[in-house]
Design a protein around this ligand. Structure first.
Ligand code: SF4
Length: 438
């Protein structure tokens, strides 16, 4: 056993957890392979946020059968949110008996131990370990093999207590658990010492950081502590929840030069009736209030969002409320998507809208948001922005984000990744910005 390959599906949380799995496997002397075919250990870190995503992943797992048949010594492991659903691990085992190990989200840290056990067995059978504890302990001792230099992901909390009616996350990730503030700060300081220039704090709902502590620690307190870290770096976070984002948090972002003026604030719908049915626990007025606050403290802030159409019961009037909100807020970018029922969530049992209605609404919403994103892109033309250089697949080209979160491409060499450059933005092609260093 000397090479591993990890295929990651889903959100940044999973991307970062794959960095931890890679760290554990590297610690055991394995190194990364370029493909599953070339690897001795293949890990699928899965997502179950949508039914379609799960079906696609099952298709990919099915394709591993041929690899396993050609080389039965390969170890195949499946972990992530998909395995954490009730009865899912057993179903995977039945459908794909060639999987060697199935681990829940809180069990993936034992992957090396499981590999050892599999290697010690003569006859293999699928080993399943899925912890059902709603509050598994936080592990602080996990090695991490980071893959996103110059950015580093840092978990500040795990799980979610919100139970939005369309979302499976609270069922597969358990209740909110916050990391100790001192552990978070120490990790960030050591990352900056190691040369990382951008830190992205991760949590399903970062604004409720600390709510599981009894000493008053909260997200503002964490940011205040992080604002004392000396030196030049960038700090972003995801994801905020409109019911919890506070004026204190907005103000400290505005007041701290190292904190990026970029907030991702998922609105999901502009209709109060739909927001209520989604159990989002805020109103459109509250959302407008937050946008006003952000713009008052940081007129230059890049605000992005997630917007869903076709939620059960959404009327044409509700949809008009969403497009009205989008027109008024003018998001820099938005992830727009069609609601699809997720088994095990309350909304899956509600009466569903016809596909044609959903399709028509998403087409209109995408056209609206594209127009707005394009108009905002034009506002960048001629401006000089500070960009942190990141890798790009094109030779001689680097990409990077403005403080407000817009991606910009410009000329540069790989040796310059991780440096800050002033870039004059001079071209906008289909909302993609291009510039040159000045
Ligand atoms: S806040 Fe809502 S949408 Fe986000 S993870 Fe929690 S339940 Fe899901």
């Amino acid at each position: 056993m000397n090479k591993f390959y990890i295929e990651t599906f889903g959100c940044q949380m999973n991307v970062h957890e794959s960095e931890k799995i890679a760290g554990i496997l590297s610690g055991r002397g394995l190194y990364a392979a370029d493909s599953a075919a070339d690897a001795d250990v293949i890990v699928f870190n899965t997502c179950c946020i949508r039914d379609t995503a799960e079906k696609k992943i099952e298709g990919f797992i099915g394709e591993l059968k041929a690899l396993k048949r050609a080389d039965p010594s390969k170890i195949i492991a499946v972990t992530g949110c998909m395995t954490q659903q009730i009865g899912r691990a057993e179903a995977l085992k039945t459908r794909f008996p060639f999987i060697d190990v199935i681990l829940g989200t809180a069990n993936q840290y034992s992957i090396a131990e499981k590999i050892d056990r599999i290697l010690a067995l003569n006859k293999r059978k699928t080993c399943i370990e899925v912890l059902s504890d709603e509050k598994p302990c936080i592990r602080e001792d996990v090695p991490i093999l980071r893959t996103s230099y110059p950015n580093a992901w840092v978990n500040i909390m795990y799980g979610c207590n919100n139970f939005c009616t369309y979302c499976i996350v609270p069922y597969v990730r358990g209740r909110e658990r916050s990391r100790n503030l001192s552990d978070i700060k120490a990790e960030i300081v050591s990352l900056l010492d190691a040369g990382y220039s951008e830190i992205t704090l991760l949590g399903q709902n970062v604004d409720s950081y600390g709510s599981d502590f009894s000493d008053g620690t909260n997200f503002y307190g964490l940011l205040k502590e992080l604002s004392t870290i000396k030196g030049k770096f960038r700090l972003r976070f995801m994801t905020s929840h409109p019911k919890d984002l506070s004026e204190d948090v907005i103000k400290i972002i505005a007041d701290t030069p190292n904190f990026c003026k970029n907030i991702h604030l998922p609105v999901q719908s502009g209709s109060d009736a739909v927001l209520k049915a989604m159990n989002r626990k805020y109103t459109r007025d509250r959302y407008f209030y937050l946008i006003d606050l952000i713009r008052r403290y940081m007129p230059e802030c890049g605000i992005t969002s997630d917007i869903m159409v076709g939620f059960p019961g959404e009327t044409e009037r509700d949809f008009a409320d969403t497009t009205d909100l989008v027109e008024r807020v003018r998001f820099q970018n938005a992830f727009t998507f069609v609601y699809s029922p997720r088994a095990g969530t309350p909304a899956a049992d509600m009466e569903q809208l016809p596909q044609a209605v959903k399709k028509d609404r998403i087409t209109r919403l995408v056209a609206l948001q594209n127009r707005i994103s394009d108009e905002i892109s034009l506002e960048y033309l001629g401006k000089t922005e500070e960009i942190l250089a990141e890798d790009s697949p094109r030779p001689g080209v680097l990409v990077g984000r403005t403080d407000s979160g817009r991606l910009v491409s410009f000329g540069g060499e790989k040796s310059e990744i991780g440096k800050f450059f002033n870039v004059k933005i001079n071209e906008n092609k289909a909302s993609a910005l291009f510039g040159e260093r000045v």
